[in-house]
Design a protein around this ligand. Structure first.
Ligand code: SF4
Ligand code: SF4
Length: 433
C-alpha cells in the first residue's frame, strides 16, 4: 500500500529554533569514541590501546553482510576501550581516541586527479572503502544499494527532512550546495542513471535559491518540491511521486536509488579526496536547550559537549528530569541521559521537559489515530489484538504495513504512545508468533 496523495498531516515543524544560528564547526573535541556497532552489527576492532592513529585510518571492520572499514575521525592515541551510550539506546563498546589536535591525515587521503576515468565499479568500491552509510538514520551500507542488478533510471536525494526540530540536512545543503550536486553526479555514475532528483519541502526556499543557479552545470539533475505534510519524506512516497511506479521491496525495483543529502555530500569528498565517512552534522534542539543549533563534528564526539556549546540547558529544566530523544520526536528513541556519542545514524538530539508522569489518560475512542495513519491502519484495534495476543487479527489488521512514522501518537489528544503498540504487534508478526 502506498501513501495516498490526500493523506499526510501538517505538523508543527519547530525548525526555526535551530536555523537561527549558523552551522557551528566543532572539529577537535578532546576525545572521540568510535562505537563498535554499526546498525545491529558488532564491529571487529583492529587497533590496540596505545596505538597512534591518523584521521581516516581504519580502526575497525564490519564483517559479513555490508562488510566495510570504519575509520578514525581525529588523529591521536587510542587510550581506552570503554562502553558508551549509542543512538540505538544501549551501551556499546567504543574505541576512545585522545585527540592530539595535529589533524594528521592517513596516507590514503589524497586528491584524486582522474575522476573522469573512474568506472561504475570503481565508484562503488570507493563507497565501500570509505565506510559510507546512509546518514538519514538508517545507516545502511551505501555500496550494497549500488550493487543492484536492476536498471536504475534515477538517483533521488531525499532532502525532505520531515521530522520536527531537525535541520541538519537543510544547514548542510545550504553550506555546501555545489558539493551536493557533485556528490549526486557521482552517485548517478555509480548507478548508471541518467537522472538525478533532489526532493525537498516546498517551504525550504533557501535550498531552491542555492541549488537552482548551479544546475546549469549538472545536466540530468532537477529539483522536486514536496508538500509540507508528514510523512512526505517516506521513501516509498517519494519514489512513487517521482517515478510513478510502486514497489514491494526496494526502490531499485522501481528503477530508483534513494540517498540522503548528507550521504551525497560525503561521497563528493570520498571521490575527490578519498576522505572516508568521519564526520556529520547533528541538530541539537528542543525546548530544553538554550541556543539550539547545528554542529559539524567528527564521528564519536560526545553529545554532552555539544549541549554545552549550545549554551546548556534552559534554567527551568532539571537535567535529571529531561527527556532526551536520539533522532526526531516522531520516530526517534527516548533516552534517559545525555551521555551519548555521535554516530553515523544520529542526526539530532532533542531535549524537552519530561512529560507529566501522573498523566495516564484513557483512550477517548476519537479515531484521530486511524484518521491520521498514512497507510490506513486502525491503531487501537491493533492494540486490542496485541493485548489479547491474537496474531491472526493483527495480521488481518495489516500491522505489518506500519511504517513507524509515529503520526498516530502525535495526533492522539490523550498523548497515548499508540504507535508503540503497533510496533510491538508488527514485531510479534515478524517473530512468527
Ligand atoms: S506509526 Fe504506524 S500505525 Fe501509526 S500512523 Fe504511522 S503507519 Fe500508521
Ligand atoms: S487518537 Fe488516542 S484517544 Fe483517539 S482513538 Fe486513538 S488512541 Fe484513542
Amino acid at each position: 500500500m502506498i501513501l495516498h496523495k490526500a493523506k499526510g498531516t501538517r505538523i508543527e515543524g519547530k525548525k526555526s529554533m535551530s536555523k537561527a544560528l549558523p552551522l557551528h564547526e566543532y572539529l577537535n573535541p578532546p576525545f572521540v569514541f568510535i562505537p563498535l556497532l554499526q546498525q545491529a552489527t558488532p564491529l571487529k576492532r583492529i587497533v590496540e590501546i596505545g596505538d597512534k592513529v591518523a584521521i581516516g585510518q581504519v580502526v575497525a571492520l564490519r564483517e559479513g553482510f555490508g562488510a566495510m572499514p570504519i575509520h578514525a575521525s581525529v588523529s591521536g592515541t587510542v587510550t581506552a576501550i570503554k562502553k558508551v551510550w549509542h543512538a540505538s539506546g544501549r551501551m556499546v563498546e567504543a574505541i576512545e581516541i585522545q585527540n592530539d589536535n595535529q589533524n594528521r591525515m592517513d596516507e590514503s587521503i589524497r586528491v584524486q586527479t582522474d575522476i573522469s576515468l573512474l568506472s561504475r565499479n570503481d565508484l562503488i568500491a570507493k563507497m565501500q572503502q570509505a565506510g559510507l552509510s546512509g546518514l538519514g538514520g538508517a545507516g545502511f551500507p551505501t555500496y550494497i544499494k549500488y550493487q543492484t542488478k536492476c536498471p536504475i533510471d534515477v538517483v533521488i536525494i531525499n532532502a525532505v527532512e520531515c521530522e520536527p526540530y531537525i535541520t541538519c540536512d537543510f544547514m548542510l545543503i545550504n553550506a555546501y550546495p555545489e558539493k551536493l550536486l557533485k556528490g549526486l553526479s557521482y552517485l548517478m555514475r555509480a548507478a548508471d542513471a541518467k537522472k538525478g532528483v533532489i526532493a525537498f519541502k516546498t517551504y525550504n526556499t533557501d535550498i531552491k535559491k542555492n541549488l537552482e543557479p548551479l544546475l546549469v552545470n549538472y545536466p540530468g539533475i532537477e529539483l522536486y518540491e514536496v508538500k509540507d505534510i508528514y510523512p512526505a519524506g517516506w521513501e516509498k512516497y517519494i519514489v512513487q511521486k517521482i517515478t510513478k511506479k510502486t514497489y514491494a521491496g526496494l526502490p531499485a525495483e522501481a528503477g530508483a536509488i534513494v540517498d540522503n543529502s548528507a550521504t551525497a555530500i560525503v561521497f563528493a569528498d570520498v571521490v575527490a579526496e578519498n576522505i572516508p565517512l568521519i564526520s556529520r552534522v547533528i541538530t541539537i534542539s528542543g525546548e530544553g536547550i538554550k541556543n539550539p543549533q547545528n554542529f559539524f563534528v567528527p564521528l564519536g564526539t560526545p553529545v554532552k559537549e555539544l549541549i554545552q556549546l549550545a549554551g546548556g540547558y534552559v534554567e527551568s529544566l532539571n537535567p535529571m528530569k529531561a527527556w532526551y530523544i536520539a533522532g526526531g520526536p516522531m520516530t526517534g528513541r527516548a533516552i534517559l541521559i545525555d551521555e551519548l556519542v555521535v554516530n553515523d545514524t544520529l542526526g539530532s538530539v532533542i531535549v524537552k521537559p519530561m512529560p507529566d508522569e501522573k498523566h495516564h489518560p484513557a483512550c477517548l475512542g476519537c479515531g484521530k489515530c486511524a484518521d491520521a495513519c498514512p497507510v490506513y491502519l486502525t491503531p487501537t484495534e491493533i492494540q486490542r489484538a496485541l493485548e489479547s495476543k491474537d496474531s491472526q487479527a493483527i495480521k488481518e489488521l495489516n500491522a505489518q504495513k506500519c511504517m513507524q512514522c509515529g503520526l498516530c501518537s502525535y495526533v492522539c489528544p490523550s498523548h497515548i504512545e499508540i504507535s508503540d503498540y503497533v510496533a510491538k504487534a508488527k514485531e510479534l508478526l515478524r517473530k512468527g508468533a
